[in-house]
Design a protein around this ligand. Structure first.
Ligand SMILES: Nc1nc2c(ncn2[C@@H]2O[C@H](COP(=O)(O)OP(=O)(O)O)[C@@H](O)[C@H]2O)c(=O)[nH]1
Ligand SMILES: Nc1ncnc2c1ncn2[C@@H]1O[C@H](COP(=O)(O)OP(=O)(O)O)[C@@H](O)[C@H]1O
Length: 210
């Protein structure tokens, strides 16, 4: 079963202000998790917030990396007991959801967290915590390049097609985000993403709509 709080926070990372919640969105395969992996290495005190999902664990993945993997009954019990800030069925009817107690704890205690979410979940999260969320949309240099990345990551054509069929929905929401980063050259994009996060973290007064 899921732990009470998904993240083992360290008190030395506590900020003297409420925590910031950074959300990355963008079409599947654009590079959100790759960017997160690079950026988090260089950012002290920013925690990856794993989502919960019912999709099967892949080779190389483990509990909390990159998701809290749950059985459908466990996920549905957590929906019933109000443990998700938001949840969506994405792709092949798999559940993905954001653990509300972890978010509430991080914001209240002054810990900065980052996660990725689909555009609809992100909109729900902004409604719930408008003054604590910074949204960043990751966009591909082209749809052809995005498709190549999906084919490079996975060999299951039906998985890839399911993900490609959501691209238009995701891209339609791009202009509602606080920042947009084009993930063309990986290192340049990681640098830009890190700069955005550092800029927001160091601003004296947080304004959710920049
Ligand atoms: N609404 C919502 N979307 C999520 C959450 N966690 C991940 N996602 C989104 O679910 C989708 C997962 O698909 P994909 O990027 O192909 O990742 P995969 O699960 O590794 O195959 C992406 O759009 C993620 O941003 C969550 O907690 N809530
Ligand atoms: N800037 C980039 N240039 C080329 N390939 C990339 C770039 N960013 C990510 N990739 C590759 O694209 C694939 C999808 O990246 P991933 O981080 O899994 O996407 P997402 O988390 O958005 O679904 C991976 O194989 C990754 O190595």
């Amino acid at each position: 079963m899921a732990p009470e709080i998904f993240i083992p926070f360290r008190t030395e990372d506590k900020q003297d202000r409420p925590g910031y919640f950074f959300i990355l969105s963008g079409p599947s395969g654009v590079g959100k998790n790759t960017l997160l992996g690079i950026v988090l290495q260089g950012l002290k005190g920013v925690y990856y917030m794993p989502s919960a999902t019912t999709r099967p664990m892949r080779t190389g993945e483990s509990q909390l990396n990159p998701y809290v993997f749950l059985q459908i009954e466990e996920f549905e019990a957590m929906i019933q007991s109000g443990q998700f800030l938001e949840w969506k069925k994405i792709h092949t009817n798999d559940y993905y959801g954001t653990h509300l107690p972890s978010i509430q704890y991080a914001i209240a205690q002054g810990y900065d967290i980052i996660t990725d979410m689909d555009v609809l979940g992100c909109a729900d999260a902004v409604k719930a915590f408008p003054d604590h969320i910074c949204t960043i949309f990751i966009t591909p240099p082209s749809i052809d390049e995005l498709s190549q990345r999906l084919y490079g990551r996975d060999s299951d054509v039906s998985n890839i097609q399911t993900r490609l069929s959501r691209v238009e929905l995701e891209m339609k929401h791009k202009d509602q985000y606080d920042f947009v980063v084009v993930n063309d050259d990986l290192q340049d994009s990681a640098k830009r993403l890190r700069e955005i996060i550092e800029q927001v973290r160091s601003s004296k007064e947080f304004c959710s709509r920049f």
